[in-house]
Design a protein around this ligand. Structure first.
Ligand code: GLN
Ligand code: ZN
Length: 807
């Protein structure tokens, strides 16, 4: 039985069904709209707060309506922008450049009163919170990075030895009315049961942080553990006083062993943190959630502390063995058998078996709560609204609300036996069989084509031969200049596309508008003097969705939005079937563009791994197989581009690194199939066709071997922000082929001077020699305006010319 670790800790059990988190943007992206209205000045701070409170109330009502009842069943995980920024501002731990936004500890202490403890901050203002998230003038926003292996981006904390880490009362990012404590009080005031606040846990918070610029060499954010724990101590006491029975501390970082900090030090921090937290006299029960994989050797460490509950991800992670479960006696186990990551119905039979085995393997009497594997923040709200999808496809889906229902069914099945949920199990089995038998799910010719792939299909002529052939064909100067593909997506382009989608603009008129845009972009590039031109991607709404709409095997949703970061949402396509390419997808646009110029035109494709990373991918066949199906479809497109006379083809793979597995042991296999799929897409290209690829980050050291194995003739990467720092490592690695390290940071509207571009190119030449180098921006230009695009490209071309001369 659960023994409270201290007499004052509440001991109410967790209800039998729960979820680890719920989408916070709202079914119609209410939060996005409200926050953006506030930014525009159309809504004031108190207006925004009211709307947010209404959204939270609606969410709680929705979850109750779905049957998620009982104290602590409903998570309280609201934040206006990001769960990590929420913690940063609740510590007052903004970096120095935002020092004025921290709220001042001094003020709080001086304001005196008996409650003002040392280190207690009054908090960041609402506008300050958003300023830290979005930047302002010269003050760069906090950096954004992928949360674990998901497509959600969090704001990276920047810490050094002196960053103040205090406690904002209530842990509100903005003021006490917004934090987890207020979210508990708000529900209680409304006469509801206490929700379960969800907060990023201390070890994960510090592992996700980076050392601030100028921090002492050797400083690691994890060194601040004790300071951070103090703030969590205040938080837990406040939550207890507010009436929370349970608090959920998310510790997903523990499932990864790829941090800079050695594993034994991570484990020591876990022991330290949770022993300390468990010893707090007056606090809610603590549920530590280890999502996105297996806790592995962190499980026994957590089990050895006095925390009351542990949430296991049994979708991405494996079920622990009987021996590993033994030390969990006396704790509550939340079994995450319903995926928070994908949009497919849960295999209820299989999930129930997992739950039953877990219960049998656990020490007798250990409570097992049925839960989701992660927060549901990665999935859209409600599949029932997708009425334009074919009914059969819709019946295979489970978005957040359907997953809540699944959790409840499974909890009932676990408690009352399979007979109690026999109808639901039978229905699920039926739908599963229907899905497997759907002709689009299993196309014989696609399966046969994948099976027939040989290593030769993934192998081009030796690079030396390609290099010579391309030199003859393209006749490019030293340091050739090019761009990454897209040109600014102007308001007119977006308007034309929207009108076409609504049926107000005919296809012919729409295509005329796009051709006019392509012509303009080609003329502009000629006039600026670029060497390898692009058509500008005006016709593409999005680099993945564009292909998803043209390939068979994909479906698009109407309301399937998920938060990407802050107010930014994406609507991933659903990859549900075997992939075929009914007809060429890009050839007409690229050929038209090539017809306008004598300069080489670069065809633009999105690679298999990136298409998968930014879609919801089927769960019924291995990802490696899906990747090869996409590889084959793209291979046919490359062949058609070649046949149409396009001499250069770029296959973008910005996501190859972001879907890298969290565990080092899982990486070789992933890299093998992902690189293999890219090579399948490009392996049929003649030696005379120059294959480019593009990756959107600079720290590609972890995947440099893999990038080398992509065997592209030219690879462009981001490098300007880090001032080419990566290049010595690239040189050392012995990267044989050509590289285009970005000389213009397109993530900011700032126009680099020609001198700046020249300096960066010279640094690149010093590291790699001029022979292998290209001059290009960091990434695509679709988010930039024309004024800065033109000016920057002119400077880039001037710089390339200058460096060629000294050469
Ligand atoms: N070709 C794409 C573009 O230029 C690449 C975008 C990306 O790297 N994310 O927009
Ligand atoms: Zn990019």
């Amino acid at each position: 039985m659960t023994l409270p670790s201290t007499p004052s800790t509440p001991s109410a059990p967790l209800p039998a069904a729960t979820i680890l988190g719920y989408p916070r943007i709202g079914p119609d992206r209410e939060l996005k709209r409200d926050v953006e209205s506030y930014w525009k000045g159309a809504l004031d701070a108190s207006g925004l707060r009211e709307r947010a409170a209404a959204l939270r109330a609606a969410t709680r009502a929705r979850l109750r309506g779905l049957g998620l009842t009982g104290a602590s069943a409903v998570p309280a995980d609201f934040t206006y922008y990001d769960q990590v920024l929420q913690v940063t501002t609740a510590f007052g731990a903004l970096p120095e450049r935002f020092g004025d936004l921290r709220g001042s500890a001094g003020d709080a202490a001086d304001a005196g009163g008996t409650d003002a403890e040392a280190g207690e901050f009054p908090g960041t203002s609402l506008s300050g919170f958003f300023t830290a998230a979005r930047g302002e003038g010269e003050r760069a926003a906090l950096e954004m990075t992928k949360w674990l292996d998901s497509n959600y981006h969090y704001l990276v904390p920047e810490l050094d030895a002196d960053t103040p880490i205090g406690y904002v009362p209530g842990f509100g990012a903005i003021d006490p009315t917004d934090g987890p404590v207020a979210q508990v009080l708000e529900a209680l005031r409304a006469g509801e049961e206490a929700p379960r606040p969800v907060v990023v846990g201390p070890v994960t918070y510090l592992l996700l942080a980076k050392a601030a610029d100028g921090a002492d060499a050797g400083f690691r954010p994890l060194d601040r553990l004790h300071d951070v724990l103090n703030a969590y101590g205040h938080l837990l006491a406040d939550l207890w006083a507010a009436g929370a029975e349970w608090v959920q501390l998310d510790e997903p970082a523990l499932v990864s062993d790829a941090w800079d900090v050695p594993r034994d030090e991570v484990l020591a921090a876990v022991a330290d943190a949770y022993t300390w937290i468990a010893a707090i006299a007056e606090r809610p029960q603590v549920l530590v959630a280890g999502s996105y994989g297996s806790l592995g050797d962190a499980l026994p460490v957590l089990a050895g502390t006095g925390v009351e509950g542990i949430a296991l991800d049994l979708v991405a992670g494996e079920a622990p063995s009987v021996d590993e479960l033994e030390p969990l006696a006396g704790k509550t186990v939340v079994a995450g058998v319903v995926s928070g990551r994908n949009i497919w119905r849960t295999d209820l039979e299989a999930a129930l078996s997992t739950l039953e085995s877990l219960r049998d393997a656990l020490p007798a009497g250990t409570p097992v709560v049925v839960g989701t594997s992660t927060s549901l923040q990665h999935v859209p709200h409600d599949a029932a609204r997708e009425t334009s999808l074919p009914a059969d496809i819709r019946s295979w889906l489970a978005f957040a609300d359907q997953k809540v229902a699944e959790v409840r069914i499974l909890a009932r099945g676990l408690a009352d036996g399979r007979e109690a949920v026999a109808d639901e199990l039978a229905e699920d089995t039926r739908l599963r069989a229907e899905r497997a038998a759907h002709p689009g799910v299993n196309r014989g010719e696609v399966r046969a084509a994948v099976v027939a792939v040989t290593q030769a299909d993934r192998t081009r002529a030796p690079y030396a031969e390609r290099k010579a052939a391309q030199k003859d064909r393209l006749g490019l100067p030293l340091l050739p200049t090019t761009t990454i593909g897209s040109f600014p997506q102007t308001a007119e382009i977006r308007k034309a596309r929207a009108a076409h989608r609504r049926g107000e603009l005919g296809t012919e008129a729409y295509e005329d508008a796009m051709r006019a845009e392509i012509k303009r972009v080609v003329r502009l590039q000629e006039e600026i003097g670029l060497d390898v031109l692009v058509h500008g991607e005006a016709e593409r709404n999005d680099m993945v969705q564009y292909f998803a709409e043209l390939l068979d095997g994909f479906a698009a949703t109407e309301h399937g939005w998920v938060q990407s970061y802050g107010s930014r949402c994406t609507r991933p396509s659903i990859l549900w079937g075997d992939i075929t390419r009914p007809e060429p997808m890009t050839v007409a646009w690229s050929s038209y563009a090539q017809s306008l110029t004598d300069k080489p035109m670069k065809g633009m494709l999105t690679g298999p791994v990136t298409i998968m990373a930014w879609s919801f991918v089927r769960d019924d066949i291995p990802r490696a197989q899906v990747a090869d199906q996409l590889g084959l479809a793209l291979r046919a497109e490359v062949a058609d581009l070649e046949a149409a006379g396009i001499p250069v083809v770029q296959v973008d793979e910005p996501a190859i690194r972001e879907t890298l597995p969290l565990r080092l042991d899982d990486r070789p296999d992933y890299l093998e199939w992902s690189v293999g799929a890219f090579r399948l897409a490009t392996g049929g290209a003649a030696a005379t066709t120059q294959i480019h690829t593009h990756l959107c980050y600079s720290e590609f050291d972890v995947v440099i071997d893999a990038v080398d194995h992509l065997d592209a003739d030219v690879t462009s990467i981001e490098a300007s922000r880090s001032r080419m720092d990566i290049l010595p490592a690239v040189a050392e690695h012995g990267f044989e082929r050509q590289l285009g390290p970005g000389v213009w940071d397109i993530h900011s509207p700032r126009v680099p001077s020609a001198q700046e571009c020249t300096d960066l190119l010279e640094r690149a030449v010093a590291a790699l020699g001029v022979e292998k180098l290209w001059a290009n921006p960091d990434c695509g230009l679709k988010t930039r305006a024309y004024a800065e695009t033109e000016a920057s490209l002119r400077h880039l071309v001037a710089a390339a010319r200058a460096v060629r001369e000294i050469g």
